[in-house]
Ligand binder design. Structure first.
Ligand SMILES: NC(=O)c1ccc[n+]([C@@H]2O[C@H](COP(=O)([O-])OP(=O)(O)OC[C@H]3O[C@@H](n4cnc5c(N)ncnc54)[C@H](OP(=O)(O)O)[C@@H]3O)[C@@H](O)[C@H]2O)c1
Length: 199
């Protein structure tokens, strides 16, 4: 399947931008320098998030790095973060949906979805949709979705999306990453400014 492929270097032309990053995109934030950009690290572990933010501030010299709570395994947490960003940020230029969980046992999200599908796909899906108006208002804005080559082995189990009948960590991970690709590919036919990275 062909899909929109996004180069990280394409991010460098937006120096005065606001970026919301689900962890651990620390490396990207450092590498693209972000002079002048406001960076929001959206993380579930606030202690580690604060340490990462300090590190980015020190290394990049950009003091405008903030942390906000986000647990992608909770749709309420996703809505809360989106509301916070909508109410407190004037613009959102780049949303990087990077966080992911890999090859875990059959765990459930707060809302009862299989964990890898819930975190890797549903959480990001909801976050993107909740922030869409702000992203559109900030055009030309971008949504970057980090998938995986594992999507090539994936299949959508629409009749058993939580893999209740037969769970395997690899099958679940691949399904969630294929869902990233399918959603982002469909975005090309709408006005969602999504691009995909798979590694
Ligand atoms: N590593 C690879 O070889 C590889 C290959 C292909 C694709 N990818 C993709 O690249 C992305 C980053 O992977 P990585 O290897 O850097 O993973 P990683 O080191 O395991 O980091 C995953 C991050 O996701 C966060 N996260 C997990 N569950 C979360 C939740 N419920 N809510 C909020 N944040 C959550 C973790 O937060 P905590 O710090 O709180 O744990 C962690 O910061 C993922 O989307 C992954 O699927 C990775």
């Amino acid at each position: 399947m062909t899909c929109p492929f996004y180069q990280v270097t394409d991010l460098t032309d937006l120096s005065e931008s606001v970026r919301s990053v689900t962890p651990p995109a620390v490396r990207w934030s450092l590498e693209d320098g972000v002079p002048g950009a406001r960076v929001i690290l959206a993380c579930r572990d606030m202690t580690r998030a604060r340490i990462a933010a300090d590190d980015i501030r020190q290394r990049s010299g950009n003091g405008n790095v903030v942390v906000k709570k986000l647990d992608l395994a909770s749709l309420q947490s996703v809505r809360d973060l989106a509301k916070d960003v909508q109410e407190n940020e004037e613009r959102l230029d780049i949303l990087i949906n990077n966080a992911g969980i890999m090859m875990c046992p059959k765990w459930e999200t707060e809302d009862g979805f299989e964990m890898q599908f819930g975190v890797n796909h549903l959480g990001h899906f909801l976050l993107t949709n909740c922030l869409l108006d702000l992203l559109k208002k900030s055009a030309p804005s971008r949504v970057v979705v980090v998938s995986s080559r594992a999507h090539e082995r994936g299949r959508m189990h629409f009749d058993d999306i939580n893999l209740d009948k037969s769970y395997s960590p690899g099958q679940s991970y691949s399904q969630s990453k294929l869902a990233n690709i399918l959603k982002t590919s469909l975005d090309r036919f709408s006005d969602v400014p999504s691009r995909i990275i798979y590694i």
